[in-house]
Each structure stands twice: as C-alpha cells, then as structure tokens.
Design a protein around this ligand. Structure first.
Ligand SMILES: C[S@@+](CC[C@H](N)C(=O)[O-])C[C@H]1O[C@@H](n2cnc3c(N)ncnc32)[C@H](O)[C@@H]1O
Length: 228
C-alpha cells in the first residue's frame, strides 16, 4: 500500500521502468547490451574531472553504471529497479529528480545516464543537481543527442510505440549547454563515443574522443558548480 502511494506521487515516465525492470536490466547481460555498456561506461568514467567520493546517480535504475563507477547513492521514482541496485551495493531512495530528497551541498558528483530525456522538467532536474552539489562539485550527463544517428533511430522507435523511447525527448548539444549555463554550471566539457551504427549484434571496443562530435551515438557532458 505504502509503495503504491509512493509510485503514484512520482513521474508517469518512470512507469515502464517500474513494470519492465527485469527486462531492462537483463539487456546489459547479453549482446549487444554488454558491449554497448562497456563503451558508454568508459566514456562516463573518463569524463569525471575527479574521482567521486560522495556521488549520487539521479535516475539510477538498477544501478549498472553506479556499480562500475563506485557510486554508492541513487535516486529513482521506480522502486523495483532500486531493489536490484541495492544488490549491487547502491543505496537507492525512491524520489524524483525534480525534488531531490537531499540537503544542499551533500554530494561532490551528480550523474545522470540517459535520464534527462525521461524527466518532465529537465531544467528543474539540473537546478536540483546544482543545489545538492557542493561548490566545486561536478555534474555528469550521459546523453543520446537529438542530432546524433542513434537519437534519430530512437526517435523513430518511439514514434512506433517502443515502451521506453515513446516517452523520451531528445535534446541537442546546444540546448544542453544552454541549460547547464542557465543553471549556473561552468567549465562545460564534452566527450563523444559510440561511432558504430545502431543495429549491430555486438560492438567493438571504442576509445572516447574529447569534444563534441555529431556522429557520436553517446555524448557525455561534464560541468562544474563554481567554488564561489
Ligand atoms: C533509461 S533509464 C536509465 C537508468 C540508468 N541510469 C541506466 O543507465 O541503466 C531512465 C531512468 O530514469 C528514471 N526516471 C524517470 N523519471 C524520473 C525523474 N523525474 N527523476 C529521476 N529519475 C527518473 C526512470 O525510472 C529510469 O530508471
């Protein structure tokens, strides 16, 4: 009963992640999910300006990225995947990125991997990330950009009723940078990866490239909360 009440308070976009959580999580265990995860998690790791000590993943899901990046805290409106995250050593709290249940300045790192495209108010989530970061803290966003080849494929899948992508909104590099600056973040850095096309059965390892590349399927933004 309590759980049902919790769910109803949170984002409707989390519902498929709640009901299809086992399927979503199992995708990482087989190809092509396994090799894609290796490519994407490497790019996220290399985007970090410093090694996180107190980090939060917003939209942590089942904790796959958090686990390999040694991130111990997560928040997600979908409570079922949080149980899987717990088995991976990630303490998950049921909550919404738009109203983070943490005090200002709690974390040194906020990570969002393919989550900003599912929240109702991305700018509010960035403002909340800014609030819970300490001065000098980093926000890291793993994104599939609107203009990228993978963004175009996912948008097409969404139009055809895909249970996850039909809820996603894809944004351009320019919009993300504008939102980060508007929120107060500075020193925006970008890393690009996944230059192989969608639809392969397995993916060759890739080295992430520094800087923006519209041909990348996965783009990571890192920005800092100023010290003063
Ligand atoms: C594509 S999944 C990514 C999960 C995880 N980061 C990963 O890469 O495996 C998007 C996640 O965002 C979560 N989500 C949806 N709305 C949210 C919100 N308002 N605040 C925080 N997370 C949200 C979903 O429940 C889901 O777990």
């Amino acid at each position: 009963m309590r759980e049902r009440n919790l769910k109803s308070r949170y984002s409707a976009n989390a519902r498929p992640f709640e009901s299809l959580y086992r399927k979503y999580d199992a995708w990482y265990d087989e190809e092509p999910g396994r090799s894609l995860f290796a490519i994407e998690s490497r790019a996220v790791r290399e985007s970090l300006l410093f090694t996180p000590e107190k980090a939060l993943e917003i939209g942590v899901g089942s904790g796959r990225f958090a686990e390999v990046l040694s991130i111990r805290f997560g928040v997600d409106p979908a409570v079922n995947p949080l149980r899987l995250a717990r088995h991976r050593g990630v303490s998950g709290v049921a909550g919404d990125g738009e109203r983070l249940p943490f005090r200002a300045g709690t974390f040194d790192t906020c990570l969002l991997v393919v989550t900003l495209c599912f929240v109702e108010n991305p700018l509010t989530v960035l403002q909340e990330s800014f609030r819970v970061l300490r001065p000098g803290g980093q926000v890291v966003l793993g994104m599939v950009l609107e203009e990228s080849p993978w963004g175009k494929v996912y948008r097409g899948l969404g139009v055809n009723g895909h249970p996850f992508y039909s809820l996603a909104r894809f944004y351009s590099r320019d919009v993300i940078i504008q939102w980060l600056k508007e929120t107060g973040f500075s020193s925006v850095g970008i890393v690009s990866t996944l230059f192989q096309p969608h639809g392969k059965s397995t993916y060759d390892p890739e080295l992430p490239r520094l800087g923006y590349d519209p041909g990348a399927g996965f783009t990571v933004f890192r920005a800092l909360k100023p010290e003063t």
